[in-house]
Design a protein. Structure first.
Length: 209
């Protein structure tokens, strides 16, 4: 996915201006920055939820998965599997199911009774069963316990081996960088800067520069 002269303004607040970035395929692109710098708004603009300036190339099949992405709490994994197999390719639905190890969750358990980690797995199951080229994760590991977070890291790393597209991870969780190798971007002064190393982006984030 490519940004060409990308800009974003919310009311009178200019968040991004003249940004030019190429996000690599088969790679996790981690985006960090201070609160309020526009990271989540950027993600929303990539999927058409916010109007932007300039051009985003390659986002026609982009999805955004964040804390506000919800599935009806009365549904169970059994219900969801039946719906997904009616809409999408059976092989892909089954493959995602297996990679997420959803067989370890009772298939009749209502989502509203699941743990936060289980709910995140179900979100991935639903969204990734569709044909997508760009996956944007927005604070996806926030507030999860360690075991649930490690499960998600393992899944995303394995999924990346079979996914020929772009994964963008908008995060404040520095553990994401430790467990999911990739490329690093830092949002500052209305721009999105590519940072050469994990340590450098961590230093910038901690110091707020």
């Amino acid at each position: 996915m490519k940004l060409e002269n990308y800009g974003l303004k919310i009311k009178n607040n200019i968040l991004f201006e003249n940004v030019n970035v190429l996000f690599a395929n088969r790679m996790i692109s981690h985006i960090l920055g201070n609160n309020g710098c526009g990271k989540s708004s950027f993600g929303k603009s990539c999927v058409g939820m916010l109007k932007h300036e300039g051009t985003i190339i390659g986002n026609h099949n982009a999805i955004l998965i964040g804390s506000s992405s919800n599935i009806p709490g009365e549904f169970s994994i059994r219900d969801i599997t039946q719906l997904l197999k009616k809409r999408f390719k059976h092989d892909k639905v089954t493959n995602i199911y297996q990679l997420l190890k959803l067989n370890l969750i009772p298939d009749n358990l209502a989502i509203k009774k699941m743990s936060d980690g289980q709910k995140q797995k179900v979100k991935l199951y639903v969204f990734l069963s569709a044909e997508v080229d760009v996956i944007i994760l927005d604070e996806f590991t926030t507030a999860l316990d360690k075991n649930s977070t490690l499960d998600l890291y393992n899944f995303i790393n394995e999924y990346l081996k079979i996914f020929d597209g772009v994964i963008i991870n908008i995060t404040h969780n520095l553990s994401d960088l430790e467990y999911m190798p990739g490329e690093y971007y830092y949002v500052s002064e209305r721009n999105m800067l590519k940072i050469s190393s994990k340590q450098e982006v961590i230093d910038r984030y901690i110091k707020g520069k």
